[in-house]
Design a protein around this ligand. Structure first.
Ligand code: CU
Length: 191
């Protein structure tokens, strides 16, 4: 399992924005050379994305008037959000800034229900034109950023939903099984 993730990381690293589609073929060779399986579906999806000019899509932002600014980041070749847990009061208007200090492209997608994770992860493979956000399933999403290339910051503003626990995820191909976090929406404090 770890080997598979490493192979995907190698692949995506080589096929990062700015690379040509031939980089994807090189990546297949790299993955094969490591003797580990890789996700052929992710390879095809990323090849299509490269052929389109690596579109970033766009964030689902509401108005810019916010109560809180929250920063998440990723560093190096990690497939992780830091922090991976957020706690915010329901109704808080948040600007979430996602700082990509990693070597791979990533996005931040907040789901209404974790039950949709597998379906959305699968749909994202076909969503290369919209920065790997399946916008035709927007009913299942609370908020999402554009795709952040390595070294860039993207943001989105949204209102923290009803009390409960919500999953956020990166939907770049090959990441959604591991690059996950949780937003706890808390009952507003009584004053
Ligand atoms: Cu990612």
């Amino acid at each position: 399992e770890g080997g598979r993730a490493a192979a995907l990381a190698i692949f995506v690293c080589i096929a990062a924005p700015g690379e040509t589609a031939s980089g994807a073929h090189d990546a297949r060779d790299v993955a094969a050379g490591h003797g580990v399986a890789h996700d052929a579906r992710a390879v095809r999806s990323i090849e299509r994305w490269l052929a389109l000019g690596s579109p970033a899509g766009r964030a689902s932002s509401m108005d810019e008037d916010v109560d809180r600014v929250v920063t998440l980041r990723t560093t190096g070749s990690e497939l992780a959000f830091e922090p991976a847990r957020l706690s915010l009061e329901t109704g808080t208007r948040v600007r979430l800034e996602y700082v990509n200090e990693g070597v791979l492209p990533h996005n931040f997608v907040l789901l209404k229900s974790e039950d949709d994770l597998d379906a959305l992860g699968a749909a994202a493979y076909e969503a290369e034109a919209t920065g790997y956000v399946p916008v035709d399933r927007a009913d299942a999403l609370i908020a999402y950023t554009a795709l952040a290339p390595p070294g860039e910051t993207v943001s989105v503003t949204f209102e923290v939903p009803a009390p409960g626990s919500y999953t956020f995820v990166c939907l770049f191909p090959g990441h959604y099984n591991v690059m996950l976090g949780t937003l706890r929406a808390l009952n507003p404090a009584r004053r």
